[in-house]
Design a protein around this ligand. Structure first.
Ligand code: EPU
Length: 311
């Protein structure tokens, strides 16, 4: 991909293996561009591209991707307490800020809410885009406004939270929206209490999820509030099922772990096997929670149409 000399003097482009930039440790080659200068947003948006946050909810094909992969850098990494409005603190966070840093900063300042996402691996931008959360809260619960570039536009704009029909794992904004940052509106609470709550959430995750092995977190969305995908896959007896180096985690059935040098192709075959079983045995369509880049389109097809899946 060609960038102007001015662009390259302000932003770094390199060839990488995306396996080194995803928590799944999977994915082939791509051009990775660290977008450090806000003024260069328009040039970045002028061509086909993909956006990468912490790579924690992402499955990239073994062949990598042809489009440049953009990562928001310095100009989008500010984290500051702005003003106090009606007794609530306004915190401004750029999309490149690590969610863990935002949580820690708010907790230490005695600002309540974000500690509910303790242990969720993400950048602020990635977490906004997919409305990351736990079983008790979502990031967008605490957000008053977001700064975005909407698809087809090049200029950033601020949108009020009320303009975002957010839902479970969805910001409610159109596919292709780029998130540049947000303002959170937070009530005050005792930092010790917030710290204890965050620590307890992290402990619960560590006890129920395979955090020591590479994965992309939960693979599927929960089909319904009272039907967690993990419980369903567990009931189907699929824990421990493996294809090549990809395995349905024996710890939490909605995780696929890369425990023996898996390829993305193997992970995709295993996903298809699980989706097919859930459909055949229970009539449930498991939809992907994990974002996929350059993976077989069948992952998003109706499971009754899946072909060549070993039972
Ligand atoms: N369960 C099983 N077997 C399993 C896994 C779970 O029976 O192998 C049962 C659990 O015992 C529990 C129920 O299923 O009764 C729900 O399990 P859990 O509490 O682990 O929550 P979850 O719905 O599977 C959600 C999020 C997680 C988040 C946790 C904790 C989704 C898809 N997953 O998991 O998010 O960490 O709540 O808040 O919404 C992620 O998004 O990547 C992710 C891991």
């Amino acid at each position: 991909m060609t960038w102007s000399a001015d662009f390259l003097s302000r932003n770094r482009a390199e060839r990488v293996l995306l396996a080194e930039w995803t928590t799944f440790r999977l994915g082939g080659p791509a051009e990775l561009v660290h977008l450090d200068a806000r003024d260069d947003l328009a040039e970045a948006l002028a061509q086909p591209r993909r956006w990468l946050g912490r790579g924690a909810n992402l499955l990239v094909g073994d062949a990598g991707v042809g489009e440049p992969v953009l990562r928001l850098g310095r100009a989008f990494a500010a984290l500051e307490r702005a003003v106090t409005r009606d007794g609530r603190a306004i915190v401004r966070a750029g999309a490149a800020v690590d969610l863990a840093v935002l949580i820690r900063t708010c907790t230490e300042a005695g600002l309540a809410g974000p500690e509910g996402l303790s242990g969720v691996p993400a950048t602020v931008g990635g977490a906004l885009r997919m409305n990351a959360g736990t079983s008790t809260c979502w990031l967008l619960d605490w957000v008053a406004r977001v700064e975005v570039v909407l698809p087809g536009e090049t200029a950033p704009r601020w949108l009020e939270r009320s303009e975002m029909p957010a839902a479970y794992r969805s910001s409610g904004l159109p596919e292709g929206t780029v998130f540049l940052g947000c303002e959170l509106e937070l009530a005050h609470d005792d930092p010790e209490h917030l710290r204890a709550r965050g620590a307890s959430l992290k402990r619960a995750k560590a006890a129920s999820q395979p955090l020591a092995l590479p994965s992309a977190g939960c693979v599927f969305k929960n089909p319904a509030r009272d039907l967690p995908a993990g419980k369903l896959i567990d009931e189907l007896g699929l824990k421990g099922t493996s294809i090549g180096g990809a395995r349905v985690s024996p710890v939490h059935a909605n995780f696929i772990v890369n425990d023996r040098g898996a390829t993305t192709a193997e992970v995709c075959q295993l996903i298809q096997l699980v989706r097919r079983r859930a459909w055949d045995a229970r009539g449930v369509v498991l939809d992907m929670e994990v974002e996929t880049w350059n993976c077989p389109a069948e992952l998003k097809a109706h499971p009754r149409d899946l072909k060549g899946v070993a039972a």
